[in-house]
Design a protein around this ligand. Sequence first.
Ligand code: PLP
Length: 405
Amino acid sequence: MRSITKSSKLANVCYDIRGPVLERARRMEEDGHHIIKLNIGNPATFGFEVPEEILQDVIHNLSAASGYCDSKGLFAARKAIMHYSQEKKIPNVQMDDIFIGNGVSELVVLAMQALLNNGDEVLIPMPDYPLWTAAVVLSGGVARHYVCDEEAGWLPDLDDIRSKINDRTRALVIINPNNPTGALYPKALLLELIEIARQHQLIIYSDEIYDKILYDDATHTSIASLADDILFITFNGLSKNYRAAGFRSGWAIVSGEKNHAEDYIAGLNMLASMRLCANVPSQFGIQTALGGYQSIYDLTLPTGRLKRQRDVAWELLTDIPGVSCYKPQAAMYLFPKLDPKIYPVMDDQQLILDLLLEEKVLVVQGSGFNWMNPDHFRVVFLPNIDDLKEAISRIAHFLHRYRKR
Ligand code: PLP
């Protein structure tokens, strides 16, 4: 019989956060092993539950949510997103500029499918959240990775960006706040990125899904608030800030210079229509999430538990000989570096598989975020302090043995 093969379009698409090592961890769990998971940024599973008011609004509206809605989303939810974009000082956003999707994930793929012809290039940070690279490749495009500089607090290297622009370059992606590094971009840098986009007529896609998870009094600036003469698409959603990843609710806001982008926007509209609409029940949570200053605001701040966990995890990891790490200003991840002189790792997927097998701790290898060298891994600091301490002491034991090999 002829074997059934996957599409060649998937040949270079990868998403290692849920890759083969996770599969192995699953099998180990089935065999009765307990694994400490520091691999997926899924707040609700670590006791960061969705705020009750959001949940109640979704439940209350369930009976009204059984039909399709407008392809772009419910009116009230989009209105709330429009107000949110005003709060973020993003100019020139109308109701029609807002697309609600089944998470940011769906909208990223949709935005790339609508844009790219085969061989078109998109500038993507390295390390990245790998969905971006996968979406570009799946859409026939070429992901051109620009370096984010660890020595400079993981900020994008502007010269590297400039050196990678050519006449096939269509867009620049930024992830701010960043997954996996926890970097938060200052306004001066955002202005320089805008200048590059302006000179080369690039669209700026800005993934801001962690814009409320900030530490040490940091503030977040939406890049789209800083100019109106280029096209921006800003992504956000309920998954992280509102701890409702399972609701699968995200949005994209089109802003800036839309007049020259009518054809592209028509493409976005068509793809949004083809999938009819996003999950309707969870859209009833959006207005409450974005508008509920009194009830929701405190819950979105990572004061207390999440900040303490960041501090403890960062201190314990950087206490391990040969491990250094930028202290994140935002989000829920640490991206530690293993000194290659002490840990001459050749294959970082094998390294984290060995860690899993030997210590029953699951993290994600740096190459899963398209990082160029096998010398980083990502740790999610959502588990409680006791679990983090236990997991990091196991990582320390593992690395101690690794040094002696
Ligand atoms: N963007 C970034 C930077 C993420 O880290 C994630 C999830 O981890 C997503 C997008 C996906 O978001 P959603 O749950 O809205 O699909």
